[in-house]
Write a protein of this length. Structure first.
Length: 435
């Protein structure tokens, strides 16, 4: 909880004349990129609909405790990465670092259980904020596509969640993705395993990295997926949770694997995969791509049956996933351009401006994407602009044409032009543009 920011600042400092730039790790999504984002969002929404999910949008700011009590007081997210705004009256506010806790909070707060079927299936496409060291694939503001299924603890739902995500990636033709699956046990079997793990690690404690020495007392299971070579060597022969499940966890995990078989999903059991959020019980999974470099997880998720109680709600089992949109988009090969403008109106002379605006209004109302020249410019420069916009037709409207009740329509692809009656122009262009 390190990023304490004041609630208001006048911004008056000696750097006032400094050229403004965005903060590190906060990126602009520019017009040439956005078409791909739209395609991804539309495909995700369609797929969520197919699996029975409805959208939810939660606020950007939440109480700090929502995350410290669910994601976990000792996690990197809460300890180091949350942006916190001081708010003496109502309690400090956090820019949400993830979506699961907010969705469960909203579900309980609005008592959706009373009015909606179980399981409740909710998805979100929202920005998240984490104060991490920016690098390729890691940002401080990033977008997640995520989904949560609430109210049922059957492993059939975990399998469906994993299958739905695999379906989503298939839609985008993302290959070279490996599914890593684990079960991290539950509050019945995990404490005993933790003790065994600590006993094993005690001998190598001095050789652990500083972060892992801090984890040793409070969260020793996180040491299992430390990325430091020295720690990885130590945990290579550590006892794994897999050998310590209680009967219920064992059965849950076995059933999950059977259901995944029905869905035709291939996976790899990775007993050392421990996710960076404390709320997981039993199922944990990550989809990993070798094409993503160091930040290889395209998405992660799992089951969190105790989360609701941790934030003061009723017992509410749940399972979900979240995928980094920037990471997904970096894997997509397609390049999509924004929708092109159909018609450009070249305006010649002041008297033509008002009729040109009226024509633009009529063309747009007919569904034709139209732009015109807002400044006084030569015909040559306006034609150059029409070329830049990539329009199919340019309408040239000058005082002479107006006097005759016509306009010149130039077919930009055929490099030919003809005169058309002004009062027929919308119909003429509609016919040509829309076929
Ligand atoms: P997470 O593993 O912390 O899980 O994040 C999910 C995904 O968000 C990651 O796999 C990655 O693609 C993306 N991501 C995380 N941090 C960054 C970052 N700094 N920059 C870019 N992308 C990032 C969760 O957030 C859980 N709420 C997932 C979940 C939902 N579990 C159950 N339901």
């Amino acid at each position: 909880m390190q990023r304490l920011i004041g609630v208001s600042s006048t911004g008056k400092d000696s750097r006032l004349l400094m050229k403004m730039q965005s903060f590190r790790g906060f990126r602009d999504i520019l017009p040439d990129e956005i078409a791909l984002w739209h395609v991804v969002e539309a495909a995700a929404r369609e797929l969520f609909g197919l699996y029975g999910y409805s959208e939810i949008r939660t606020p950007v700011l939440e109480k700090v405790e929502l995350f410290s009590r669910s994601v976990g007081e000792d996690t990197d997210i809460v300890q180091k990465e949350m942006y916190v705004i001081e708010n003496k009256r109502e309690g400090n506010m956090a820019l949400r670092p993830e979506g699961t806790a907010s969705v469960v909070r909203a579900y309980n707060e609005h008592n959706l259980a009373a009015s909606r079927p179980v399981p409740e299936k909710l998805y979100y496409i929202l920005p998240m904020f984490r104060h991490e060291r920016p690098q390729a694939g890691r940002f401080r503001q990033f977008y997640q596509i995520g989904a949560e299924a609430l109210g049922i603890d059957s492993p059939a739902l975990d399998a469906e969640m994993i299958a739905m995500v695999a379906h989503l990636l298939k839609k985008f033709e993302v290959s070279s993705v490996e599914i890593h699956l684990n079960s991290v046990g539950c509050k019945n079997c995990r404490p005993q395993y933790r003790e065994q793990l600590k006993t094993y690690l005690a001998a190598s404690y001095p050789e652990l990295c500083q972060d892992c020495r801090n984890r040793y007392e409070r969260n020793p299971m996180r040491i299992l997926d430390c990325k430091q070579a020295g720690c990885q060597q130590i945990v290579a022969s550590a006892p794994v949770m897999l050998e310590h499940y209680c009967q219920a966890c064992h059965a849950h995990f076995a059933e999950l694997q059977e259901y995944l078989g029905i869905w035709g999903i291939e996976f790899r059991i990775n007993p050392r995969m421990v996710r960076g959020l404390d709320y997981y019980v039993r199922t944990a999974f990550e989809f990993v791509s070798s094409s993503l470099g160091a930040q290889s997880a395209i998405l992660g998720g799992g089951r969190y049956d105790g989360l609701s109680e941790d934030i003061g709600g009723p017992h509410l089992p749940g399972v979900g996933f979240a995928m980094g949109m920037e990471r997904l988009i970096s894997l997509l090969q397609v390049e999509l351009r924004p929708q092109p403008i159909d018609v450009f109106i070249a305006v010649l002379g002041a008297a033509a401006r008002k009729p040109a605006i009226a024509l633009q209004r009529d063309l747009r109302q007919a569904g034709i994407r139209t732009e015109l020249e807002y400044q006084e410019k030569s015909l040559k420069s306006q034609m150059k602009k029409a070329g830049k916009l990539g329009v199919s037709y340019t309408v040239i409207l000058g005082e002479n044409e107006l006097a005759q009740g016509i306009a010149v329509v130039r077919d930009m692809r055929a490099s030919s032009q003809h005169e058309a009656a002004l009062d027929q122009l919308v119909v003429t262009l509609l016919h040509r543009v829309k076929g």
